[in-house]
Design a protein around this ligand. Structure first.
Ligand code: MF3
Ligand code: CO
Ligand code: CO
Length: 292
């Protein structure tokens, strides 16, 4: 529950006491949600300006790594070569690849090809003309986590694949645009599902966006599908990912019994995903993993 002591420092970084700064306006903004029984974030989810600065630096490194991938990921390259480049560039930048040995994950990034929804493990698979692939990079720099992913289209991809990749990107940005402080996090999924409905695409339900920054995965849970449940109300200085996974067919997925990680579409259809880390501001969301 959101409860900052009146004499504690305000969350906004002004240096003043909470009672002399945002206490009253927070109460006004949150009143209706409290009355209606919406969950409020615990105060540890509201990050200090210093911590947000640290996460921004981590994000700069994630972006630098991904920008290098933009020219590297092409026909003939293996997903293991992508992994090795991510590992090298991250280490060169003074960072650590968060996926490496995270809950037993064996590689430095996730490479999710065609019908793989997410958590694909880099291996000797060679990228070929017509493939679509998501590369997901999570960097720890000075203890701060940033998480992002992009799609790559290899050579000439089908019109269907291209549309899926582009609509999924639109879903991510429309989700981000829907973020406002003092509104429920569920608005993100509502905005995304409005788009996918027009195309008959399935929004993956088993995996979600997440709080990030001081840890890899934290609250809030950011679902990408429509809900009328009372979801957590967002406030400034919360940091989380928006990372819709959109399937050309059904939303239903399977997890590999062999490796315990690779998530695939249940019907074999293509899947796409884009991911940004955002910080809630006083009037919306700031994308901290954006290109500079
Ligand atoms: N980067 C993924 C996410 O967006 C998580 C990958 S977990 C791993 O949340 F272990 F597979 F790396
Ligand atoms: Co993520
Ligand atoms: Co990620």
């Amino acid at each position: 529950m959101f409860k900052i002591g009146r004499n504690e420092k305000c969350w906004c970084g002004c240096g003043k006491k909470y009672k002399q700064c945002h206490e009253r306006s927070d109460e006004e903004n949150l009143k209706k949600f409290v009355e209606e029984g919406y969950p409020l974030p615990d105060k540890h989810l509201i990050l200090s300006p210093e911590d947000i600065q640290g996460i921004r630096k981590s994000a700069r490194l994630s972006v630098a790594v991904m920008d290098e991938l933009d020219s590297f990921v092409k026909e003939g390259v293996t997903t293991l070569e992508i992994d090795e480049l991510v590992a090298k560039l991250t280490a060169d930048g003074g960072g650590i690849c968060a996926p490496y040995h995270y809950e037993g994950f064996p590689k430095h990034c996730c490479t999710s090809l065609n019908n793989v929804v997410c958590h694909g493990i880099p291996d000797d698979t060679v990228l070929k003309d017509g493939d679509i692939i998501n590369v997901d990079v999570t960097t720890i720099l000075n203890g701060y986590y940033s998480d992002m992913s992009r799609m790559y289209m290899i050579g000439n991809v089908s019109d269907e694949a291209k549309q899926l990749v582009e609509v999924t990107k639109e879903c991510m940005y429309k989700g981000i645009e829907s973020v406002r402080p003092y509104t429920p996090v569920g608005d993100i999924g509502n905005a995304i599902n409005d788009i996918t409905d027009k195309y008959g695409y399935g929004v993956v339900r088993a995996l979600c966006g997440h709080g990030v920054g001081l840890e890899f995965h934290n609250d809030p849970i950011v679902n990408h599908f429509r809900t009328d449940r009372k979801t957590m109300v967002l406030v400034p200085n919360m940091v989380f990912t928006i990372e819709p996974m959109i399937n050309a067919g059904t939303w239903d997925c399977n997890v590999s019994k062999e490796d315990g990680w690779t998530v695939t579409t249940a019907d074999g259809s293509l899947s796409a995903q884009w991911e940004h880390t955002v910080v809630v501001t006083e009037d919306g969301a700031d994308i901290i993993t954006r290109r500079i």
